[in-house]
Design a protein around this ligand. Structure first.
Ligand SMILES: Cc1cc2nc3c(=O)[nH]c(=O)nc-3n(C[C@H](O)[C@H](O)[C@H](O)COP(=O)(O)OP(=O)(O)OC[C@H]3O[C@@H](n4cnc5c(N)ncnc54)[C@H](O)[C@@H]3O)c2cc1C
Length: 380
């Protein structure tokens, strides 16, 4: 059985950040990723200032990768819309490009990346972590549970009826001009749809909706796009003459918004990214949390800390951000508040900027000081 001290189960942002941080501090790391090649993921592809800073800490040059610049937030409901300045400069970049760049960086730093391996089980047995896939098993000293939106059977997250989708579009020059430097969110009855420009003038359209609405309108792109166009003027304008880059949106079911994993799995199994915490998508800060938790788990291991201390620290750090994000999420989920919210945003854009600021990851800079000196052993 191959032995590598530290194993990332899942090679998304959290798993790749974990392996990269370990590898560049001379700790042997392995990433097991189920997909065989770069792929599109359900994500709005809006990078907050925190996500950008953490990506830069990991050595990524987002601008060189084609990231766009986003300075304005546009909120809409039906025919109304309002704009507010973001409290920071955001960026738009596809996960197709970003996730692969991070995996490449991990590999270049010395981590081993194995694709096409779907892990079924992660256990802590007699002081070792055992990771089991269909035809192979691996042993290590510690593992990051980084399977993101997909939970392993042994480590479920709460049920949820929220379903997420993404598609990329080629839009008209006029639509592209209107969306330049903007991230927009249009609320509709049963969900919301976001859009921003990513690299190469592609537009990412990403949305979440309750399962009941999905059952009513159907999962196909023609039905969904027709529903958005009739629910929101800005989305109708965006979709006018737009050409989808692929036939069917990518989708993910049962998104447990607001979830924070407080229970400890085992002293050497570190939940990271969406396996640790799922912030409502409308905040556009999930990627920051994924990068931060991946780096923080690696640094905890390098310092000799166990998962209990790591989880406690991260959950405490995330709690205020989650409280605010939960309030905003409820507002988005309450149809009668949609139009008044847009009207309020129109008169008080400063309030929107303030709310956007309150849903940010706080204190993330601590990991950017680098790993703390190692203490002996791995403590619970
Ligand atoms: C609708 C929606 C919109 C969003 N928009 C934004 C946004 O605009 N900005 C933002 O910052 N955040 C956004 N997020 C949140 C963000 O997408 C996630 O927080 C982030 O992707 C979490 O990263 P991760 O590495 O934990 O998981 P993932 O990105 O899901 O990566 C997990 C990886 O593990 C692999 N994997 C899964 N199971 C296994 C297994 N058994 N064995 C091996 N490999 C496995 C998967 O193939 C995948 O590559 C959005 C989320 C949703 C649902």
């Amino acid at each position: 059985m191959p032995e590598i001290p530290f194993i990332a189960v899942g090679g998304g942002l959290a798993g790749a950040a974990f392996a990269l941080e370990l590898a560049r501090h001379s700790a042997p790391a392995l990433v097991l990723e189920s997909t065989r090649a770069p792929h599109h993921k359900v994500c709005g592809e809006f990078l907050s200032a925190e996500a950008q800073a953490l990506a830069a800490y990991l050595g990524l040059d987002l601008a060189a990768m084609g990231a766009t610049s986003i300075t304005t937030f546009r909120l809409a409901s039906g025919p109304s819309q309002a704009e507010a300045p973001l409290p920071f400069r955001g960026a738009g970049l596809s996960r197709f490009r970003l996730d692969q760049a991070l995996l490449d960086a991990a590999e270049a730093a010395g981590a081993e990346v194995v694709r096409g391996v779907t892990v079924g089980e992660v256990e802590h047995l007699e002081g070792r972590v055992m990771v089991t896939a269909a035809t192979r098993s691996f042993a290590g000293r510690a593992a990051a549970l980084a399977t993101g939106k997909h939970s392993l059977r042994a480590f479920p997250r709460p049920p949820s009826d929220m379903v997420g989708f993404k598609i990329q579009l080629r839009v008209t020059q006029e639509a592209l001009r209107r969306l330049a430097n903007v991230v927009q969110l249009a609320m509709f009855d049963g969900g919301y749809v976001g859009a921003c420009i990513v690299e190469d003038d592609l537009v990412t359209l990403c949305w979440v909706m309750h399962r009941t609405l999905l059952q009513k309108i159907g999962a196909g792109w023609p039905a969904q796009s027709a529903y958005f166009s009739q629910s929101s003027k800005i989305v109708a304008d965006l979709l006018h003459d737009a050409v989808p880059e692929w036939e069917k949106p990518v989708a993910v079911a049962a998104i447990p918004y607001g979830y924070l994993r407080r229970d400890i799995i085992a002293p050497a199994i570190f939940p990271v990214g969406d396996q640790l915490a799922v912030i409502p998508s409308l905040t556009g800060d999930g990627m920051a949390i994924a990068l931060y938790s991946g780096i923080a788990a690696a640094q905890a291991i390098l310092a000799g800390d166990g998962a209990a201390k790591f989880q406690q620290r991260l959950v405490d750090r995330l709690r205020p951000q989650f409280r605010w994000a939960g309030i905003v999420n409820r507002l988005f989920d309450t149809r009668i508040l949609h139009r008044p919210s847009v009207a309020l945003a129109g008169v008080l854009p400063g309030l929107v900027t303030l709310i956007a600021q309150s849903t940010r990851l706080r204190g993330f800079e601590d990991v950017m000081e680098g790993p703390k000196p190692k203490r002996s052993g791995l403590k619970a």
